[in-house]
Design a protein. Structure first.
Length: 204
C-alpha cells in the first residue's frame, strides 16, 4: 500500500517545488528589472547633472534641472504610450417607415353601393368588397355639413354582402357628396363611391 502511494506523493512534491521555483524566478526577474531601472535612472541623473553643471556652475541647480528633465521625459513617454481612445461608431440611421398607415386603408373595403329613398327616409347601401367581415357597430356617418348619424350596435357586414342603412333625412348623402366614416376609435375615412352608384326611389 505504501509503495502504491509513493509515485503520487513524489509527483505532488515535484509539483510544489516546480511552483515555488517559478515564483522564485519571477521574483528574481522583478528584482533584477528594478535594479536595472534604478541604475539607468542614476546614470541619467548624473549625466544631466554634469551637463547642467557645466553651464550653471551650481550643483543644486544642476540637480533640480536634471530632475525636471528626467520627470518630464518620463511623463512624455507615458503620454505617448497611453492608448488613444477609439472613435465612437457613428449611429446608424433607422430606415424611414415608408409604409402607409394601414389603419385607415381597411375602410377602402367599404364602398357606397346605392342611395335609396322611401317616403321621408333615406337609406345608404354599403357593400363590403373584401374577404373579411367588418364590424361597423357604433361607427358614425358624417356628411360635408357636419351632420352625423351613428350606426346601430351589432352591425356586421359579411364579405361580398351589402347592408341597407337608414340615415337621417337631414344628412346630405346624395350622389357625389363627400361622406366620412368615423369609427369608435376616432379614425376618419372618406367612403368611396361605387362606380355603379345609382339612386332608387321606392315611393311607388
Amino acid at each position: 500500500m505504501s509503495r502504491s502511494n509513493e509515485p503520487n506523493g513524489g509527483q505532488e512534491r515535484r509539483g510544489r517545488s516546480g511552483f515555488l521555483g517559478n515564483v522564485g524566478r519571477d521574483v528574481t526577474s522583478l528584482i533584477v528589472l528594478i535594479v536595472k531601472g534604478l541604475l539607468a535612472f542614476i546614470a541619467l541623473l548624473f549625466l544631466t547633472i554634469f551637463f547642467f553643471f557645466s553651464f550653471t556652475d551650481s550643483l543644486l541647480w544642476s540637480l533640480v534641472l536634471s530632475l525636471v528633465v528626467l520627470v518630464g521625459t518620463i511623463r512624455l513617454y507615458r503620454w505617448f504610450r497611453k492608448p488613444k481612445p477609439e472613435p465612437e461608431p457613428e449611429p446608424v440611421p433607422e430606415p424611414e417607415d415608408t409604409d402607409p398607415d394601414p389603419e385607415p386603408a381597411r375602410w377602402q373595403d367599404i364602398v357606397i353601393e346605392e342611395v335609396r329613398r322611401r317616403r321621408d327616409r333615406k337609406y345608404l347601401v354599403l357593400r363590403n368588397t373584401s374577404d373579411r367581415e367588418w364590424d361597423l357597430s357604433g361607427a358614425v356617418i358624417v356628411d360635408e355639413d357636419g351632420e352625423e348619424f351613428t350606426f346601430r350596435e351589432g352591425l356586421l357586414i359579411a364579405p361580398g354582402d351589402d347592408e341597407s342603412l337608414p340615415v337621417e333625412a337631414s344628412l346630405d348623402v346624395s350622389r357625389g357628396k363627400p361622406v366620412t366614416l368615423k369609427t369608435q376609435s376616432g379614425d376618419q375615412y372618406e367612403l368611396l363611391w361605387s362606380s355603379s352608384l345609382h339612386e332608387t326611389n321606392t315611393d311607388n
